[in-house]
Design a binder for this molecule. Structure first.
Ligand code: SF4
Ligand code: SF4
Length: 217
């Protein structure tokens, strides 16, 4: 999922300078899980905006505003109030914001209320952890299911580097070295031969942006 955090409210107000009527868009998936764009967060934002003399003309929370069909349906349902709005404030990741911009036909000002941080998992304690950098060429089969591209700050494919100290990473002493984790996992799986295999340099052409996967008609 995409991890987000709300922008400081002062920054949101700054982006709304000169704008009075606002329509809010949330996200029923990732931002709801991150508690940045669900029902409660939109309610709180409405109160705060009203305290600051803004008028919230309406709101919607599509399950995934990054999906054109979903945001289009929600915007269509709210077309009357949407017409009254000067701007749309989006409580979703950057994908959601851009999807709203592409699918809102009356040319409203579209503004982000959140900062998009990373693609992550949610652990058992509810912490968000970055695990994949979407490199386009997954090598988890060669690294015991642990991603060095993401977990090693240097993205080393053949570690550990000389800075590893007692299993900890030289960039952040609080964190385990990704390559020590990979070694331990391979040892557990009795596959240390896999650890000795030198991984070739990554083909960074696969990370050239922007990506597009043409599956639509
Ligand atoms: S190697 Fe790492 S960054 Fe690349 S796709 Fe796999 S998990 Fe994601
Ligand atoms: S100590 Fe390990 S995780 Fe940290 S930069 Fe070196 S190889 Fe990467």
């Amino acid at each position: 999922m995409i991890i987000t955090k709300q922008k400081p409210f002062q920054d949101i107000l700054e982006s709304l300078k000169g704008i009075n009527k606002v329509f809010l868009v949330g996200c029923g998936e990732c931002s709801t899980t991150c508690k940045t764009g669900g029902v409660e967060e939109l309610k709180a934002a409405k109160l705060e905006l009203e305290k600051n003399n803004k008028t919230v003309v309406g709101s919607c929370i599509p399950s995934a505003p990054c999906v054109a069909a979903q945001i289009k349906t929600e915007l269509a349902k709210n077309i009357k109030v949407l017409h009254e709005a000067d701007a749309v404030l989006v409580f979703a990741c950057g994908l959601g914001v851009q999807s709203v911009k592409e699918n809102e036909r009356s040319g409203k000002i579209i503004l982000p209320a959140l900062d998009t941080l990373f693609g992550g998992t949610v652990d058992a304690k509810g912490n968000f952890c970055e695990k994949c950098s979407m490199c386009g060429d997954c090598l988890l089969d060669l690294t015991a299911g642990i991603c060095p591209v993401t977990l090693c700050p240097k993205g080393l494919l053949n570690g550990p580097c000389g800075g590893m100290d007692k299993g900890k990473c030289e960039v952040d002493k609080e964190r385990d070295c990704a390559w020590v984790l990979i070694y331990k996992e391979m040892e557990k799986k009795k596959n240390l031969a896999g650890f000795r295999k030198i991984l070739p340099p990554k083909d960074f052409k696969k990370t050239t942006k922007p990506h597009k996967l043409m599956l639509g008609a």
